[in-house]
Write a protein that binds this ligand. Structure first.
Ligand code: AHR
Length: 484
C-alpha cells in the first residue's frame, strides 16, 4: 500500500475564499420557523431567534447565508415580509405546499446575518416575480437615496443601507418543479436582463446566475449573460445507504465542477471576466421526500461533508462561493427539538474545518491507493461511476500571518486506519494538535440522548520534517502546528 503526504508551507498556491463555508436557509419545513426563528419559545430571544441555534451557528462562523430559497423563492413576494408583523399576509407556498406567515422577512434575515457575522445572499423570484419586483427588493436593501423603497426601509427602522452583495438571479429555473420554470433560452435572456438592470441600480453587487448539469443550459447562460453575471451556480445532492457510494461522490462533484469550469472557459466573455462557480446548494439527500426534508445525518454524511470542504479549499479559485443546503432542520446540519438541538456529523465537519484552517492554501502532494465504484444518484436516478478515487485526501493551509499550519486529512477507508508518512518541508521537531472527527461506525448518529457519539477529539503529538501519523478509519483530521 502506498500512502504519503508532502507539504511545503513556504509555497503558497492561492488564497482560500472564506465564502466556501457558506450556508443556506429556506422557508421549507422547520428551517426558518422552529429552526432559526421560533417566537414564543423559552429558548428564543426577544427577536424570536433561537439562542441555542444562534450559538451553534456562530461556532461555525458562517461567512454568507443564502435565503429565502430554493424553490420557495420562485413564488415569494418579498413585500409580504416587511412592515408590522401582524399586518403581514399569510400566503400559500406552492413549492413546499405550506402556509407562509411572512413573520420572518428581509429585515429579520438581515438582522440574523448581522448577528452571526454573515454576508447576506438573497435569491430573487424569477417564477412569479418580475424585474420590477427584483429591482425594488434591491432598492429596499441597498438604496441610499430618497427613493420610495429606500425610504420604506428607513420607515421600518433601518436607516443604513443593508449593502447586500450577493444576489441570486433565480433558483433552478431549469427544473419542472420550479414555479415558472424556463427553457435555457428564456432563462438566459431573463438572467441578462435582470442582472443588467440590477447592476445599473447597484454596480457593486455580485450576480449568481442559475446553472445546472446540462451543458447546453450552462452554455446558453454563459453566452447570453456572461458579460454581466459574476457566478454560475451548480447544485449537488448525493448519498445512499452505501458508505463508499456516498463518499466517492466528493470526486464526482470535483469532475462536475471541472466540467462547468470548462464551459466557462469556452465562452470568451465569461472566461475574460473571470466568471466563477457558486456551489450554492450541496449536501447528502436521499432518505426523505416529504415536505419537511428532515434528513437524519450520520457519520458517513459527515465524512462526505469533510471531503467536500477539503475539495473546496483546493478549488476555491474556481468555486469561491458555496452553501451547504441547509443550515437547520430541512436537510439541516443542525436539528432542533422544542427543548434543545442536535449537532449532526455534517455540522461537525464544518466545526472541524472552519475552525482549523488557514486563509492560504499551500503546496501539498498526496499519494494514495484508489478504488472505483458505480452507483445511482438518488436525486435524479442517474447512474454514475467514479474511477480511481483516492482513499486518502488532504489540503494544507496557513494562517494569514503565516504562523500556523493546518493539514486537513480525510481517511475515507472504512476497513482500517492508515499509517501515513508525512513530510513537511523545513518544519523541524515541534508539538502539534490533531483534531479528529469520527465515531464508532459509519452509521453513527448524534441524538438528544447521546449528543456526542460523533464528535471532534484532540490530542497532542510530536511532528517533525518527516513523521508518521495514523489516521482512524472513516475520519477527518486536522494537524495544527504553530510554525513560530
Ligand atoms: O434544498 C432543498 C431544495 O433543493 C431547494 O429548494 C431547491 O433549490 C433544490 O431542488
Amino acid at each position: 500500500m502506498s500512502y504519503r503526504i508532502v507539504v511545503d508551507p513556504k509555497k503558497v498556491v492561492k488564497p482560500i475564499s472564506r465564502h466556501i463555508y457558506g450556508h443556506f436557509t429556506e422557508h421549507l419545513g422547520r428551517c426558518i420557523y422552529g429552526g432559526i426563528y421560533e417566537e414564543g419559545s423559552p429558548l428564543s430571544d426577544e427577536r424570536g431567534f433561537r439562542k441555542d441555534v444562534l450559538e451553534a451557528v456562530k461556532r461555525i462562523k458562517v461567512p454568507n447565508l443564502r435565503w429565502p430559497g430554493g424553490n420557495f423563492v420562485s413564488n415569494y413576494h418579498w413585500e409580504d415580509g416587511i412592515g408590522p408583523k401582524d399586518q403581514r399576509p399569510v400566503r400559500f407556498d406552492l413549492a413546499w405546499q405550506q402556509e407562509e406567515t411572512n413573520r420572518f422577512g428581509t429585515d429579520e434575515f438581515i438582522e440574523y446575518c448581522r448577528e452571526i457575522g454573515a454576508e447576506p445572499y438573497i435569491c430573487i423570484n424569477m417564477g412569479t416575480g418580475t424585474l420590477d419586483e427584483a429591482l425594488h427588493w434591491l432598492e429596499y436593501c441597498n438604496g441610499k437615496g430618497n427613493t420610495y423603497y429606500a425610504q420604506l426601509r428607513r420607515k421600518y427602522g433601518h436607516p443604513e443601507p443593508y449593502n447586500v452583495k450577493f444576489w441570486g438571479i433565480g433558483n433552478e429555473m431549469w427544473g419542472e418543479w420550479q414555479v415558472g420554470h424556463m427553457t435555457a433560452d428564456e432563462y438566459a435572456r431573463a438572467a441578462k436582463e435582470y442582472t443588467k438592470w440590477m447592476k445599473v441600480f447597484d454596480p457593486t453587487i455580485k450576480a449568481i446566475a442559475v446553472g445546472c448539469d446540462d451543458p447546453v443550459w450552462n452554455l446558453r447562460v454563459l453566452q447570453e449573460a456572461g458579460d454581466v453575471i459574476d457566478f454560475i451556480s451548480y447544485h449537488f445532492y448525493t448519498g445512499s445507504d452505501d458508505y463508499y457510494e456516498t463518499v466517492s461522490t466528493v470526486y464526482l462533484l470535483k469532475e462536475r465542477l471541472i466540467g462547468v469550469k470548462k464551459l466557462i472557459d469556452m465562452v470568451d466573455i465569461a472566461r475574460k471576466r473571470g466568471v466563477k462557480i457558486a456551489l450554492d446548494e450541496w449536501n447528502v439527500w436521499y432518505r426523505v421526500s416529504d415536505n419537511k426534508l428532515e434528513e437524519p445525518y450520520d457519520l458517513k454524511d459527515g465524512i462526505f461533508a469533510c471531503g467536500v470542504l477539503v475539495l473546496l479549499q483546493k478549488m476555491s479559485d474556481i468555486v469561491p462561493l458555496a452553501n451547504l443546503a441547509q443550515l437547520v432542520n430541512a436537510l439541516g446540519a443542525i436539528h432542533t427539538e422544542k427543548d434543545g438541538l442536535i449537532l449532526t456529523p455534517v455540522y461537525k465537519a464544518f466545526e472541524l474545518i472552519v475552525n482549523h484552517s488557514g486563509e492560504r492554501l499551500v503546496k501539498t502532494h498526496v499519494e494514495s491507493e484508489t478504488y472505483s465504484i458505480e452507483g445511482v444518484m438518488f436525486i435524479n436516478k442517474m447512474p454514475f461511476s467514479v474511477e480511481n478515487a483516492p482513499f486518502l485526501d488532504a489540503a494544507a493551509s496557513i494562517s494569514e500571518d503565516g504562523k500556523k499550519l493546518f493539514i486537513a486529512v480525510v481517511n475515507y477507508r472504512k476497513e482500517d486506519a492508515l499509517k501515513v508518512p508525512i513530510r513537511v518541508e523545513g518544519l523541524g521537531q515541534k508539538k502539534a494538535t490533531v483534531y479528529t472527527l469520527t465515531g464508532p461506525d459509519v452509521n453513527a448518529r448524534n441524538t438528544m440522548e447521546n449528543p456526542n457519539v460523533v464528535d471532534i477529539t484532540s490530542e497532542t503529538i510530536t511532528v517533525d520534517t518527516e513523521f508518521e501519523h495514523t489516521f482512524k478509519p472513516f475520519s477527518c483530521s486536522v494537524i495544527e502546528v504553530e510554525l513560530e
